[in-house]
Design a protein around this ligand. Structure first.
Ligand code: C5J
Length: 221
């Protein structure tokens, strides 16, 4: 049994049901010139968590536990991009527009790739998702179920958008989820803090939260 000291209480599971989900650690969110910066954000905040996410990944790989990566991106013909998503806000570059790293958030373009430091290795699924949550119009639930996964550690960006949405979707489907607090980040520090408070409040209404060291310590034990 794996036991992770967590907020609001210990997160327990059998190793065979535990997997790591790394959300959207893509060049478009983390590197200058991508979607994140086009929205006016300081992408350096997100880059700062890369070594911690790498440690978490290494811990799961060393323990022989499954890792799944997601990428927020759209088909080149944008047929999976609703106008409600494309036209929201006033970014300098919209999804599908050409930018310094190719077309913004389009599958196959350099910007949509996972950053090289966290590149998936052979056997690790990479799930392309058109929504903020990983369950929207994807086969994510089947992918998890086929692997016998019921307990998920979540990491990645951004905390209050794709990570939180995925965690809420997973929780509603009966998965127990723990957010790795120092392996996730937001462009807005207050939104990250509020997300952690929201998910763990009321007895863990959406799930658990714990730092990477606590997760790795439990895997080692
Ligand atoms: C956003 C994401 N923030 N991966 N995407 O648009 O959180």
């Amino acid at each position: 049994m794996i036991e992770i000291p967590a907020d609001p209480f210990v997160f327990r599971c059998a190793p065979a049901t535990l997997g790591l989900v790394v959300i959207d650690m893509q060049r478009d969110f983390i590197e200058p010139g991508g979607f994140g910066e086009s929205l006016g954000n300081d992408v350096a905040r997100l880059g700062a968590i890369v070594p911690t996410v790498a440690r978490l990944l290494a811990g799961f790989r060393a323990a022989g536990l499954p890792v799944i990566h997601t990428r927020e991106c759209h088909k080149p013909d944008l047929s999976d991009l609703p106008s409600s998503k494309r036209d929201r806000g006033a970014p300098s570059l919209r999804i599908g527009d050409p930018g310094p790293m190719g077309r913004i958030l389009v599958a196959g373009e350099p910007g949509a790739e996972i950053i090289p430091e966290l590149a998936p290795i052979a056997g690790e699924p990479v799930l392309d998702k058109p929504g903020k949550g990983a369950f929207c119009n994807t086969g994510f639930e089947d992918l998890l179920t086929a692997r016998g996964l019921r307990h998920l550690i979540l990491a990645g960006v951004t905390t209050e958008v794709c990570v939180q949405t995925t965690m809420r979707e997973a929780n509603d489907r009966g998965f127990d989820c723990l957010l790795a607090t120092d392996a996730t980040e937001s462009y807005f520090p207050a939104f990250k803090a509020a997300t952690i408070q929201m998910i763990t409040a009321q007895g863990g209404i959406v799930g658990w939260a714990a730092p990477t060291q606590a997760i790795l310590g439990a895997l080692d034990a």
